[in-house]
Design a protein around this ligand. Sequence first.
Ligand code: GDD
Ligand code: MN
Length: 374
Amino acid sequence: MSTPRISVVIPTYKEVENIPLISAEIDANLSGEEYEIIFVDDNSQDGSEAAVAQLADSIPARIIVRTEDRGLSTAVIRGIEEARGDYVVVMDCDLSHPASAIAPMISKLQSGENDFVVGSRYIKGGSFDDDWGFFRLLNSKIATWLALPLCHIKDPMSGFFAFQRSKFESCAHLAPTGYKIGLEIMVKGEFNKPGEHPIHFKDREHGESKLSLKEQLLYLRHLRRLYRFKYPLISEFFQFGFVGGTGFVIDTLIYFALQAFFGMGHNLARAISFWPAATWNWIWNRTITFTDREKSRHLTQWLSFLGTSLIGFAMNYGTYAVLTANVPFFETYKFLALVIGVLVGMGFNFMVARIFVFRPLEEEILEEEKELHH
Ligand code: GDD
Ligand code: MN
C-alpha cells in the first residue's frame, strides 16, 4: 500500500446515512490525490460498518469501531494515531464541513503560510446557514470570545482543521475531554502560524446533533484547563484574586452583621470577620486556584494559610497607614493608598500561598526544572 498524502479523519456516531455522501464528496474533491478516509465510530450499530465496506472498492476508506472508549475527542485522537498521510484533516460526517475546502487548506500548510488551518465560519468569506436562532449564535460567539486569548482564531470551536501529521507529537499532554479537540491540539501543540480558511457551514440534514448543554459546561472546564496550561501564573493569580474578591464580600457582610445584629463594636467586628473570610478563601483556593497542588493535611494547611493571611493583612494595613501618614499625595488620595495596600498584601499572600501553603507536586517541580535546563 502506498502511503497517502492526506488522511481525512472523521469521527462518527450514528451517521450511516451520511457516510456514503461525505465519502463521495471527498472523493470528488480529492481526485488525483493520494488520500485515505478513516472513520472512527463508537459502535453505532446502525450499519455504518457495512456502509464503509461497500464503499471500500471504489474509495480508500476504512472504519475503526471502538467498543470501549467513547467520545468525540478520543475518537479524533485515535483516528490521527491511525493516520499515515503527511497531512491530517479532521472533519464532521454530517456534511456541515465542505470537502471542497480540504485542498486549499492543505495548500496553506504546504506553502508554509500556516502550520495549522481551521475551516472557519467567522472570517471574511465564511458563512453558515442563516436559520441559526439568536441564542445559538450568541452562545457560539461568547464561547469564541472566551477562547480568544488562547489563540487568535475567529472560529476556534471548529471541528474542521488540518495540520502536518509529524507535528502531532509536539502536542503535550492532550486531555481529550469535551468537544473542542481542535482547540486543544492547537493550544498544546507547537504551532506558530495558525490560520483560517473560510467555509460555508451547512446545517445537518440527516441524524441529530450531539452538542448538548452538558457539553457546553464541559467546554468551560476545558477552557480553564487550557488557560492553566498556557498561562499558568496569570491564571493562578486571576483565580486567587477572584477567590479573594468573594472573600472580601464575606468579610464585609460579617463585619456589618456583627454590628447590626449583635451590637458589637466596629473594632471587635473587624477582628472577628477576618477569620471566617480567610477560611473561606482557604477552602476555595484549595479547591479552585490550586486544584492540582499537593493535598496537605487540612489543619496544617488551614493554619498556615491563616497565618500568611494575617501577615498579608498587616502588610496591607501597614502600607495604608505609612503612605497616608507620610506621603502628602496619599494624604489627599487615601483610596489609592488603600488599593496599593490591597495589592501589596495580596501579592505577598499569593507568593507565599503558591510556594509554601499549596505546595507544588514533586513532578511539577521536576518538570519546571527540566524546562529551565532546556
Ligand atoms: N466517534 C464519535 N463519538 N463521534 C462522535 C461523537 C462520539 O461520541 N459525538 C459526535 N460525533 C461525531 C458526529 O457523528 C459528527 O460526525 C461529528 O462528530 C460532529 O458531531 P455533531 O453532533 O454533528 O456536532 P455539532 O454539529 O453539534 O458540532 C459541530 O460544531 C461545533 C462548533 O459549533 C462540530 O463541528 C463540532 O466539532 C464543533 O465543535
Ligand atoms: Mn453537526
